[in-house]
Design a protein around this ligand. Structure first.
Ligand SMILES: C[S@@+](CC[C@H](N)C(=O)[O-])C[C@H]1O[C@@H](n2cnc3c(N)ncnc32)[C@H](O)[C@@H]1O
Length: 363
C-alpha cells in the first residue's frame, strides 16, 4: 500500500511539476529564468497535488471518507490549496509577481490548516499533535510571512514595466491569456491574448496594423513605446503601404533602450523614429494622421488636448486602456466628447480602445 501511495504521489506531483514548468516557459535543460524561490514555487504546488491524490487511497483503506475525519479534511484542504496556488502561479506570470510568493502562501496556508487539524483532530491516529506539532506549524506560518514580507515590498516599490524588462531579459516573451478581469462591456477577456500586461492585447496589435493599412497615414504618433510591440506592428502596416512614418515616444530610459534594441532587430527601423522623451514635451512637426495614445493613464487627456490642433480632420485618435477598469481614461475620452472636441467609439476589448475623430473640420 505504502508503495502504491508513493507511486501515486510521485506521478501526480511529477505531472503537475511538468505542467507548471511548461506554462512558465521554463526548462529542466536551461538555467534561464530559474531561481531558488522559483524552484520552491513549483515544487510546493506539485507536492500539494501529490499529497491530495496520495491521501485518497490511504483514506479508503482506513475506512472510507467520512465527513468528520482528518483524512477527508486533509484531502479537501490539499485540493483547495493546490487549486488556489495554481491560480496564484498564473497571476504571478501575468503580473510579474516575485518568485517565492506562491511558496510563502503555501507555508502560511498549509501551516494554518495543520494548526486547525491539530486543534480539531489532535487525539486521532496519524494526526501530529502536541507542542512540537503546533510549534512546527507556527514556524511554517512565520517563515511564510517572512518570505512574503521580504519579497513583496521590494517588488511593489518598482514600476511594473521594469519587472517585465527583467523577465524579457532572462526569457523569451510568450503568449498568455489576457490579464484583466471581465467587465460589463467585455465579459470574456479570456478570449484575448497578450505577451505582458503593458503591451497591448495581441488582437489590438493586429488591429493597429490593419488600421494603418486601411487608413494609409503619412504620420503616426505613438505615446508610450514600452518594448515596441505596437510600434513594430504599426510599422509593418507602413511597410505594407510603402510610405509613412511613425514617431514613437518613450520617456523611461531603460525601457527605451530595450525598445530601441527590438525595433532595430525587427528590420523596420526605417519606418520608425523613436524618441526617449516625454509625450507632453517633445515637439512634433506636421499633421498627424493617427495618434495612438498609450502612455501613463493619467496623462492621456493632456496628450489628446496637446496634439488635437495637429490632428488631421480625417485622422484617427486611438486611445488604449479605456475600458471601465481604467475609468480615468474612459472618462477623459467621454469628457472630450461632451466638450464637442472629438467623437468617440468605445471598442469593447479587455482593456478597452477608444477610436475617435476630431469634430473640428469634419466634412
Ligand atoms: C502601456 S505601455 C505602452 C505599451 C505599448 N504601446 C504597446 O502596446 O506595446 C506605457 C508606456 O508609456 C510610457 N510613458 C508613460 N508616460 C510617458 C510620457 N509622458 N511620455 C512617454 N512615455 C511615457 C511608460 O514608461 C510605458 O513604457
Amino acid at each position: 500500500m505504502t508503495i502504491f501511495i508513493g507511486v501515486l504521489f510521485v506521478v501526480a506531483a511529477g505531472i503537475t511539476l511538468r505542467a507548471d514548468v511548461l506554462r512558465r516557459r521554463l526548462s529542466f535543460q536551461r538555467a534561464a529564468g530559474w531561481r531558488l524561490l522559483t524552484v520552491l514555487d513549483v515544487v510546493c504546488v506539485a507536492a500539494t497535488v501529490g499529497a491530495a491524490l496520495g491521501l485518497i487511497p490511504l483514506a479508503v483503506v482506513n475506512g472510507g471518507l467520512p465527513l468528520y475525519a482528518p483524512a477527508t479534511w486533509g484531502i479537501a484542504a490539499a485540493g483547495l490549496l493546490a487549486a488556489f496556488l495554481w491560480s496564484e502561479g498564473r497571476r504571478q506570470l501575468q503580473f510579474q509577481r516575485p518568485a517565492g510568493i506562491v511558496f510563502g502562501e503555501w507555508l502560511i496556508l498549509g501551516g494554518a490548516y495543520q494548526l486547525l487539524e491539530t486543534a480539531i483532530f489532535g487525539g486521532w491516529p496519524h494526526v501530529p499533535h502536541g507542542a512540537v506539532a503546533r510549534t512546527a506549524c507556527g514556524v511554517a506560518i512565520l517563515m511564510g510571512g517572512a518570505v512574503i514580507g521580504v519579497i513583496v515590498p521590494r517588488f511593489v516599490r518598482r514600476y511594473e514595466g521594469h519587472h517585465i524588462l527583467d523577465r524579457v531579459g532572462e526569457q523569451e516573451d510568450f503568449v498568455q491569456p489576457e490579464y484583466v478581469g471581465a467587465t460589463a462591456e467585455c465579459p470574456h477577456p479570456e478570449w484575448w491574448q497578450m505577451v505582458d500586461s503593458q503591451s497591448s492585447e495581441l488582437e489590438v496589435l493586429d488591429f493597429l496594423k490593419s488600421i494603418v493599412i486601411t487608413a494609409k497615414p503619412r504620420l503616426i504618433v505613438e505615446t508610450g513605446t514600452f518594448i515596441g510591440y505596437s510600434a513594430i506592428k504599426m510599422a509593418e502596416g507602413l511597410k505594407a503601404n510603402g510610405f509613412g512614418k511613425l514617431i514613437t515616444i518613450e520617456f523611461d530610459p531603460a525601457i527605451f533602450a530595450k525598445a530601441k534594441e527590438r525595433i532595430d532587430a525587427s528590420g523596420l527601423g526605417d519606418w520608425i523614429e523613436y524618441r526617449n522623451a516625454s509625450s507632453l514635451e517633445t515637439p512634433i512637426d506636421g499633421t498627424i494622421d493617427i495618434l495612438f495614445s498609450d502612455s501613463h493613464l493619467t496623462i492621456r487627456e493632456q496628450e489628446i488636448r496637446r496634439f488635437l490642433p495637429q490632428i488631421d480632420a480625417r485622422g484617427l485618435i486611438l486611445v488604449h486602456d479605456a475600458s471601465s477598469h481604467f475609468k480615468v481614461v474612459r472618462e477623459a475620452a467621454l469628457r472630450l466628447e461632451q466638450e464637442g472636441l472629438i467623437s468617440v467609439v468605445l471598442l469593447s476589448t479587455p482593456r478597452g480602445l477608444v477610436i475617435a475623430q476630431k469634430r473640428e473640420g469634419r466634412k
